[in-house]
Design a binder for this molecule. Structure first.
Ligand SMILES: *[C@@H]1O[C@H](CO)[C@@H](O)[C@H](O)[C@H]1NC(C)=O
Ligand SMILES: *[C@@H]1O[C@H](CO)[C@@H](O)[C@H](O)[C@H]1NC(C)=O
Ligand SMILES: *[C@@H]1O[C@H](CO)[C@@H](O)[C@H](O)[C@H]1NC(C)=O
Ligand SMILES: *[C@@H]1O[C@H](CO)[C@@H](O)[C@H](O)[C@H]1NC(C)=O
Ligand SMILES: *[C@@H]1O[C@H](CO)[C@@H](O)[C@H](O)[C@H]1NC(C)=O
Length: 457
């Protein structure tokens, strides 16, 4: 959104990076997200359990026989993830696995009930990502039933039982730990740089270990902006930010809390970068071109005197104060003050400044999510205001000139800002995670985006 425009033209600017003053966001992951992860995870776990097991070694008639054993099907029907406050997640899963023993002359199939329980600890890695690890895991073997036996013999039943007790309990835990390691690879992508404009990127990382309650996992996240490979500094630290208990949608899988501090840092960038500056020229070949010295000369005789032949005008709008975003309940506003220089092209193609004005623009922002990015739509909520700051064409009748300037500035300016704000900013995310059905809530001093989670294949 704003920061995009801000960064576009920051080229070359570099200031030392200050860790303490980076903008904050809070991400709350609710039980609903865990339920979705459990549902996706169940399929992965079912697939992971399909394997060939260690051979079953069996003495028969004085020979050691190696019996191949396969576990190719299962109906693990249940996997649940529950939050453990201040710790992590408890995982439990249960169902049956089918085992096939390829005995020399007697194929045997068994159905074994298993229950696996694991505790997953969630912590912060040194690089500022989430890291998951299994701290406890055990599998209980429930009943073992023979479902098929080629010659009906049960002579080696006891040996098979012993084998199952020895081999099987480790498998679900080692597969789980493999899956969790795989998840950590995705968690690591949080800190990846995401392009938000030419040469400009944003990256997120954790500032603290996650806070885990019985209802959610809360992540304190900071944003780092990078331009041409260099981090950008922000003004003094915003006050610390934490979300109230009940915000956004209570049924959402994830709530993102975006602080005033985040928006403040964006103002800073907007001001410094010059990307919201704008030059406005009239439609040179249009009969209706209002931006000429002859049109202006009708209002200011001195202009007509200096430019007897009609010449085109150029309006140069330059931000000359820090833009201010205010976030009120259900209403976000952006106030920008420009110095507007009104110039005429003189006969030798040089620009001559006619007069300058302070110009205040008061915009209502409609903040929304689109294509996974936070974007804004700006519209004027008041007439553009002007005050004369200097004049080379004598005393100005501001009342007379205002309507001309307003109509010349209004459309190009809102179009320019909307194009910039429409580039959008990615929210903190990991690879393959998409945010669906987003809703934006505007509170006093902060914005919450509530959404669902969907993993791409
Ligand atoms: C199995 O693991 C769970 C943790 O997931 C633990 O609470 C339980 O005590 C463990 N059981 C045994 C028998 O170790
Ligand atoms: C095993 O057999 C018992 C009865 O013999 C039955 O109650 C149980 O559901 C069976 N279990 C499986 C996993 O098929
Ligand atoms: C904001 O808008 C929502 C939905 O229109 C409404 O439920 C809520 O009360 C409004 N809040 C304020 C502070 O006006
Ligand atoms: C113009 O001056 C008035 C009075 O000093 C002030 O209230 C207003 O904010 C100024 N407007 C602009 C656009 O600078
Ligand atoms: C943005 O504002 C323009 C004009 O006010 C409107 O036509 C457009 O639909 C808006 N877009 C969104 C996404 O709100």
């Amino acid at each position: 959104m704003f920061l995009v425009c801000a960064l576009l033209f920051l080229l070359g600017m570099w200031v030392p990076f200050s860790e303490a003053s980076t903008p904050r966001t809070e991400v709350r992951i609710n039980q609903a997200a865990l339920d979705y992860v459990a549902q996706v995870g169940l399929n992965s776990f079912q697939d992971a359990l399909k394997m060939q097991l260690t051979d079953f070694l069996y003495y028969q008639r004085g020979h050691l026989q190696r019996i191949p054993v396969f576990m190719l099907e299962n109906d693990i029907s249940h996997l649940s993830l529950k939050l453990i406050p201040n710790y992590g997640i408890h995982l439990s899963t249960s169902g049956h696995v089918g085992m096939t023993f390829f005995l020399e002359r007697n194929l045997q199939k068994l159905r074994v009930g298993i229950t696996t329980e694991a505790d997953i600890v969630i912590s912060q890695a040194a690089i500022g990502t989430l890291v998951l690890g299994i701290s406890l895991c055990n599998t209980t073997i429930e009943e073992v039933n023979l479902t098929y036996s080629e010659d009906g013999s049960k002579e080696i039943w006891n040996s098979i039982h012993g084998y199952i007790k020895a081999i099987l309990p480790h498998k679900p835990c080692s597969k789980l730990s493999f899956l969790v390691e795989g998840l950590n690879v995705y968690m690591g992508t949080l800190i990846g740089l995401r392009t938000i404009g030419p040469e400009s990127q944003i990256s997120y990382s954790l500032t603290h270990p996650p806070t885990i309650t019985k209802d959610y996992i809360s992540l304190a996240i900071k944003a780092t902006f990078v331009l041409l490979g260099k981090p950008i500094v922000f003004p003094p630290p915003p006050s610390s930010f934490s979300l109230p208990q009940q915000v956004g949608s209570s049924t959402a899988m994830i709530n993102f809390g975006l602080s005033q501090g985040l928006f403040d840092s964006i103002h800073f960038l907007m001001q410094k970068s010059g990307s919201i500056n704008l030059d406005i020229t009239g439609q040179l070949n249009s009969k209706n071109n209002q931006l000429t010295t002859s049109v202006l000369g009708n209002l200011i005789p001195e202009v007509l005197r200096q430019f007897p032949n009609s010449m085109p005008l150029v309006l140069k709008a330059r931000v000359n104060a820090e833009p201010i975003v205010t976030i009120h309940n259900n209403q976000t506003s952006l106030w920008i003050q420009y110095l507007l220089d009104v110039l005429a092209v003189s006969s030798n193609s040089a620009f001559k400044s006619l007069f300058s004005l302070d110009m205040a623009v008061d915009l209502a922002l409609n903040i929304f999510m689109s294509g996974g990015k936070l974007q804004a739509n700006a519209s004027l909520q008041k007439d553009i205001e002007f005050n004369v700051t200097s004049s080379n064409v004598g005393v100005l009748d501001l009342l007379g000139v205002k309507p001309l300037l307003r109509s010349a500035v209004k459309e190009p300016l809102t179009e320019h800002l909307n194009a910039l704000f429409g580039l959008g900013v990615t929210l903190p995310s990991i690879a393959k995670a998409n945010f669906i059905s987003p809703q934006v809530f505007v509170y006093e001093g902060y914005i919450v985006v509530s959404c669902g989670l969907h993993f791409q294949d």
